[in-house]
Design a protein around this ligand. Structure first.
Ligand SMILES: Nc1ncnc2c1ncn2[C@@H]1O[C@H](COP(=O)(O)OP(=O)(O)O)[C@@H](O)[C@H]1O
Ligand SMILES: [Mg+2]
Length: 315
C-alpha cells in the first residue's frame, strides 16, 4: 500500500476573540488507501471537502486529527516535508494560479529539479525540461516562453510536466480538466493514463464530473458533506451504486428522457452548511428513503461486499 489515510479530520477555525468563533467541518473522518499505480477518483458536490482531503493528505493543509501513512511511514506530523515533496505532487484546476507569470517555462518546470538537487547545471536542467515538455506533448521550442503564451490545455500540460519533474510516486489531481473543453479534456486524460502506466504513478483524482472520474479511475470514493458515503471499484459504483446519494448523483447526469424526473427531483435540496451539519446521517434531509433511525444515528462506512463500502442504514 502506497498511501493509507485513517480517520482524517479537518476543521477550519476562524474568529474567536472579538468575532464569533466559527468551525467549518470540512472533513469529518475520512479513511481510504491507495496502491502504487492506482487511481482513486474522489467525487462529490462543490464544498463536500474534496480539495481539503487532497491538500491535507499532502500536508499542504495541517490535519486536525487522523493519520496519514506514505510507504508505511507516518507522515502526519513530520516537520521537514521537503524530502517527501519530491514523492508527492499536486496539479490544480487552474494552472495559472500556481505559475509565476514572469517566469519562463524552463524555470517553472525546472524549479523542482533544482529544489531537490536533481540537476547540477542550468544546461542539465534545460535538457531535462525539454525531455519533460516533449513527454507531455509540448515542443522543446516552448522552453523560453511565458505561461500566458499558451492555451489552457497546454498550460495544464506544463503543470503536469512540473509535477512529474521530481519523479513522484503519488500525484493529487484536483479537477485538472474541469476548466477545459471536452476534446482537450480527453487528451489530458489520455496523457495522464499513459504517464501512469509508464511510471507506475498513483493518482488521487478529484472531480465533480462523474464521466471524467469514470474514464480514469480504478476505484471511486463518493464524498458528501465531509464524509465518504460510498467507496468501491469503478464498475460497482457505476453499475451497482448502493448509497442513495450515489444513486442521485448518477441519475442527475443521465440523459434526460421525457418520462425521467428533473435533476432537482432526483437530488432535491442543497448540501448542508458545514458549520452546522445535521445530526444523524448527513444526507437524511435530502434522502428519499430516510427513516427515524437516519435522523438520529450516524451510519458507519461498512464493507457490504469485498471492496464495496457504504455508509447507509438502509443498505
Ligand atoms: N481555508 C479555508 N478556511 C475556511 N473554510 C474553508 C477553507 N477551505 C475550504 N473551506 C471550506 O471547507 C469546505 C470544503 O471545501 P473544499 O475542500 O474546497 O470542498 P470541494 O473541493 O469539495 O469543493 C467548504 O465549506 C469550504 O468553504
Ligand atoms: Mg475543490
Amino acid at each position: 500500500m502506497l498511501l493509507v489515510v485513517k480517520d482524517l479530520v479537518k476543521h477550519y477555525v476562524s474568529g474567536g476573540f472579538l468575532s464569533k468563533k466559527e468551525v467549518v467541518r470540512a472533513v469529518e473522518g475520512v479513511s481510504f488507501t491507495l496502491d502504487r499505480g492506482e487511481t482513486l477518483g474522489l467525487v462529490g458536490e462543490s464544498g463536500s471537502g474534496k480539495t481539503t482531503v487532497g491538500k491535507t493528505v499532502l500536508r499542504l493543509v495541517e490535519p486536525t486529527s487522523g493519520r496519514i501513512l506514505f510507504e508505511d511511514r507516518d507522515i502526519t506530523s513530520i516537520r521537514d516535508m521537503r524530502p517527501l515533496r519530491k514523492e508527492m505532487q499536486i496539479v490544480y484546476q487552474d494552472p495559472m494560479s500556481s505559475m509565476n507569470p514572469r517566469m519562463r517555462i524552463a524555470d517553472i518546470v525546472g524549479r523542482p529539479l533544482q529544489i531537490h538537487g536533481l540537476v547540477s547545471s542550468r544546461r542539465e536542467r534545460d535538457d531535462r525540461v525539454r525531455e519533460l515538455l516533449e513527454r507531455v506533448g509540448l515542443s522543446r521550442e516552448h522552453l523560453y516562453r511565458y505561461p500566458h503564451e499558451f492555451s489552457g490545455g497546454q498550460r495544464q500540460r506544463i503543470a503536469i510536466a512540473r509535477a512529474l519533474a521530481s519523479e513522484p510516486k503519488f500525484v493529487v489531481l484536483d479537477e485538472p480538466t474541469s476548466a477545459l473543453d471536452v476534446s482537450v479534456q480527453a487528451q489530458i486524460l489520455r496523457l495522464l493514463k499513459s504517464l501512469q502506466e509508464e511510471r507506475g504513478l498513483a493518482y488521487l483524482f478529484i472531480s465533480h464530473d462523474l464521466a471524467v472520474v469514470r474514464n480514469i479511475s480504478h476505484r471511486v470514493a463518493v464524498m458528501y458533506a465531509g464524509k465518504l458515503v460510498e467507496l468501491a471499484s469503478v464498475e460497482e459504483i457505476f453499475g451497482e451504486p448502493l448509497h442513495p446519494y450515489t444513486n442521485g448523483l448518477l441519475a442527475s447526469v443521465l440523459e434526460p428522457s421525457p418520462e425521467a424526473s428533473a435533476p432537482e427531483e432526483v437530488l432535491p435540496g442543497e448540501p448542508p452548511d458545514p458549520r452546522k451539519p445535521p445530526r444523524g446521517c448527513r444526507f437524511h434531509p435530502r434522502c428519499p428513503i430516510a427513516d427515524e433511525r437516519c435522523r438520529e444515528e450516524e451510519p458507519e462506512l461498512r464493507e457490504i461486499r469485498p471492496g464495496h463500502w457504504v455508509a447507509c442504514h438502509k443498505v
